[in-house]
Design a protein around this ligand. Structure first.
Ligand SMILES: [Zn+2]
Length: 429
């Protein structure tokens, strides 16, 4: 009987260790991998776009632009939608430039780009809703879509760097532009926000700048994920621009928010709304330097409950239902944006002027008001410290449990040995 005590304790110890292991597994939940059954790989996305362009050569065309800088090269694919190519673009058409996937980890944005191209060409339905009423609108637009601005960074994500948002050599493409470039906030995070060695040091940013110069967009949208919001300039200060142009921008976003999002989206300046300032961003350049009348940044999805190191889940829907809902919702949002944008640009007589040279945004600031602050992913990432603290506490607790069991084991083994000695059995068989 006496020999059963150590064995019993050993069993208990093993059980406790097993339970601790299970608990540990639950605590540090595995990172969600890319849902490859839902998402395209960058290669397959590109193949599909090329096939689509080939099938609809009357409406779509594609350019490949490649450039390099100091041994690093990048390639960008630009799809142009021009409903009636033959019709002269005499300045009456609205030029729209949309960029997706500027941050590598935000895969969902490129999926929206692909679906939007389908909607514009062969699938004129969104979630079963017929959108042929937009057909007339599309005749007035030239849309350039950059489906994967950060192809090299995207490849890194596909290779397993799920939290990486930077380009192939570690620069944040949304910090590499010249407006207020290189300024670092107190909470500057080099992993996330490396602005590069100089403004436009990165080939991707150079290509996009050239595109903005040659195409002269009236509407620019930089499409990201991490939260849901409709942003206008500025990103580098806590204000929106002043004057009629800012009024138009805000009115377009507010109408879109009311018509399509039941006023549920955060609307305002990027810098005044996300809880941190961003320097050297594309949208600020598009407004201040490229003089784009309506430059926006859309944040299309964010899982605020996801753990801060579970980046795929944080920035991308992980189930098919949510994926479809997000993609459909934002394709429709773009159509409504085009409609609102066209109306506003015509009212302001910007489109009918034919050129943009006469259009100058009016400077000055107004302090952002009435903007509901929501916690952004970035802010939540700052809570990582707290998460780490909790994990440490849990580890100490597990160690404490383990040592308690060991002590109990030794104590009981000692007692049983003494009993054996008392009963004359010196050795336990
Ligand atoms: Zn982003």
């Amino acid at each position: 009987m006496s020999a059963a005590y150590p064995r019993l304790l050993l069993c208990l110890l093993t059980l406790a260790l097993a339970l601790a292991g299970v608990a540990a597994g639950k605590i540090s939940a595995p990172r969600t991998p890319i849902s490859r059954d839902i998402y395209h790989s960058s290669d397959s996305l590109l193949r599909e776009i090329k096939a689509l362009v080939a099938r609809h050569s009357s409406k779509l065309s594609m350019d490949t632009i490649k450039t390099s800088n100091k041994g690093y090269s990048a390639e960008l694919f630009v799809v142009t939608f021009n409903h009636v190519k033959e019709r002269m673009d005499n300045g009456s058409k609205v030029h729209i430039l949309l960029s997706f996937g500027q941050h590598g980890r935000e895969l969902i944005t490129s999926e929206v780009a692909l679906r939007l191209l389908y909607v514009l060409t062969e699938k004129p339905k969104i979630a079963g809703v017929d959108i042929s009423s937009f057909e007339k609108l599309l005749e007035n637009l030239v849309i350039k879509v950059v489906p994967m601005e950060n192809m090299n960074g995207r490849k890194r994500v596909e290779e397993g760097e799920l939290c990486d948002r930077r380009n192939g050599r570690g620069v944040d493409l949304n910090r590499n532009w010249s407006v207020d470039w290189g300024k670092k906030e107190k909470d500057y995070d080099p992993y996330e926000e490396n602005p590069g060695i100089a403004p436009f040091s990165e080939p991707e940013a150079q290509i996009m700048r050239e595109l903005s110069r040659s195409f002269k967009p009236h509407i620019w949208v930089n499409v990201h994920s991490g939260m849901e919001a409709l942003f206008m300039p500025y990103d580098h200060k806590n204000t929106t621009p002043n004057g009629a142009s800012a009024h138009s921008m805000r009115s377009v976003l507010e109408n879109l928010n009311r018509r399509h999002f039941q006023d549920s989206c955060l609307v305002g300046s990027g810098g005044g709304s996300v809880g941190y300032l961003a320097h050297g961003t594309t949208t600020d350049y598009m407004y201040d330097i490229a003089k784009v009348p309506m430059p926006f940044t859309f944040e299309i999805y964010g899982d605020e409950k996801a753990s801060s190191d579970d980046c795929f889940k944080m920035f991308n829907p992980v189930d098919k239902k949510t994926f479809d809902r997000v993609v459909n919702k934002w394709c429709m949002a773009f159509l409504i944006l085009f409609e609102e944008g066209l109306r506003n640009l015509r009212d302001a007589q910007i489109v009918s002027q034919g050129t943009l040279e006469n259009w100058v945004p009016i400077g000055g600031d107004i302090v952002e008001i009435n903007v509901e602050r929501k916690s952004s992913i970035r802010e939540r990432r700052k809570l990582e410290g707290l998460d780490l603290g909790m994990q440490e506490l849990r580890t100490y607790f597990r160690l404490f449990l383990l040592s308690t069991f060991l002590l109990m084991f030794m104590f009981c083994a000692r007692i049983s040995k003494n009993r054996n000695r008392d009963s004359g059995n010196l050795f336990d068989p």
